[in-house]
Ligand binder design. Structure first.
Ligand code: S3P
Length: 459
């Protein structure tokens, strides 16, 4: 346990921040480079628990990966689609749901069997969403089923995978999930025929972009993707933009803190990820997005747009967020709830159900924490043919410090640090150690910027 005490910060928040690499793109850089021929240098690679779980997993599958924390880079030396070797013992993916789900797609088409295991927290993350399409492709995967009596029992890790010859499928995605989509696409690299995927709402498209960069036979048109068995060739360098999901905490803090002026450099603004920027703009925030270019090769082809984002303090007003806008900001919803709690008027966030299956149930974690701090935030549901869950927030003038919990969830923890810095009085967070999952530099950055207002220590 690593508790933290946060006090209201009074001086203006002025900073220029170079944040670490995007978590989703860092995972994909290792996945796709590990299946390609040649050496790939992933620059601005994220060194966090989750992305390192992916590095460890591919090392266990025989890929040579040399990391350099100081230079924030990882060199991946791989031998192509059939270059992986049978791992000795289980592949342990720590708490990383992305590693487990995406790896399932890769391992389903190998010529060997493998066992995917994770930390206790991961054993309650649902896996059926990937197992259904992968089994349609011919995958043989055994899971742990907890509720045997249910008609559609949910399935959980550990996952025992017996590699098979796979066949292409046509699949309509029931939920907007980049993890499910990516698992299918990785399996499709090994499958006979052309796999077709149709999304109902677009989820992040980093896998599609990076697969294209590595020469995969992939075509996208609107919500449709088709992908065929293809050999991947390393482009040499992959530049990873800084993570918009990490920038989000500083964007909200700067928007709501008097006289702030913060510049966030080289942030990924992929259209499937920039939802928070657009919502904050609609809320009246003073945000300036200046498109930027990274130096050197790889960037242009990686086609991940980046920008410098400048945020200055300005009072916000409540807005309504539609279900279709949720995938573009799914990981930013906890900190958006903090922003809405201090915005004038009412904010409605529709389509929030997917928040229940993240590292914790983020509806519960954020509603209960923010209520303790005096926010007017409520979970609501409309029953009909399909139950629609939404969150209603009426802004208050001030949050007040309280004892809150991270629930072991990195994004709840960081959102509560932001809430604590804005709130009157002192906020006590039971455990911020979980932040290392995605953003180990977060607490050092806030301590540096906010000095003695932030106190935390390791056990
Ligand atoms: C991720 C996709 C999202 C997101 C998660 C990372 C990815 O999950 O919430 O943090 O890297 O593909 P879903 O695919 O389940 O929506």
């Amino acid at each position: 346990m690593q508790p933290a005490v946060i006090k209201k910060y009074l001086p203006p928040f002025k900073a220029r921040l170079y944040l670490p690499g995007d978590k989703s793109i860092s995972h994909r850089a290792v996945f796709i480079a590990s299946l390609a021929e040649g050496k790939t240098l992933a620059k601005n690679f994220l060194f966090s628990d989750d992305s390192l779980a992916t590095v460890d997993a591919f090392r266990k599958l025989g890929v040579k990966i040399v990391t350099d924390v100081k230079r924030r880079q990882a060199a991946i030396y791989a031998k192509g689609l059939r270059g992986l070797i049978k791992p000795k013992g289980p592949i342990y993916v720590r708490e990383s749901g992305t590693t487990m789900r995406l790896l399932c797609g890769v391992l389903a088409g190998q010529k060997f069997s493998s066992l995917l295991a994770g930390a206790k927290t991961l054993t309650s993350r649902p896996m059926r969403r990937i197992l259904i399409p992968l089994r349609l492709m011919g995958a043989e995967i055994k899971s742990k089923i907890k509720d045997q009596k249910s008609k559609t029992p949910e399935e959980y890790p550990p996952l025992r995978i017996k590699g098979q010859n796979l066949k292409a499928i046509a699949y309509r995605m029931p939920v907007a999930s980049a993890q499910v989509k990516s698992a299918i696409m990785f399996a499709a690299l090994y499958a006979d025929g052309k796999t077709k995927i149709v999304e109902q709402i677009r989820s992040r498209d980093h896998s599609e972009r990076m697969l294209r960069l590595f020469g995969a036979s992939i075509a996208t048109q609107g919500l449709k993707i088709s992908i065929k068995k293809s050999n991947l060739i390393s482009p040499g360098i992959v530049n990873i933009p800084s993570d918009i999901s990490s920038a989000a905490f500083f964007m909200v803090l700067a928007a709501l803190h008097d006289d702030s002026d913060v510049l966030l450099k080289s942030i990924g603004i992929n259209p499937t990820r920039r939802g928070l920027i657009d919502v904050l703009m609609r809320m009246g925030a003073d945000i300036y997005v200046k498109p930027a270019v990274l130096p050197k090769a790889g960037v242009k082809a990686a086609a991940e747009p980046i920008a410098d984002i400048r945020v200055k303090a300005k009072s916000l007003k409540g807005v309504t967020i539609k279900e279709k806008d949720i995938p573009g900001m799914i990981d930013e919803l906890p900190v958006l709830m903090v922003a809405a709690s201090l915005a004038g008027g009412r904010t409605i966030i529709n389509g929030v159900s997917e928040l229940r299956v993240k590292e914790t149930d983020r509806i519960n974690s954020m509603v209960s924490n923010l209520k303790k701090m005096g926010a007017k935030i409520n979970f609501r549901s409309k029953t009909g043919a399909k139950t629609k869950e939404y969150i209603e927030i009426t802004g208050v003038d001030e949050l007040k410090g309280a004892r809150v919990k991270s629930f072991g969830d990195h994004r709840t923890a960081m959102s509560m640090v932001v809430a604590g810095l804005l709130a009157k009085g002192q906020t006590h967070i039971d455990d911020v150690g979980c932040i290392d999952k995605s953003f180990p530099e977060f607490m050092p950055i806030v301590k540096n910027a906010f000095g003695r207002c932030v106190i935390s220590s390791r056990d």
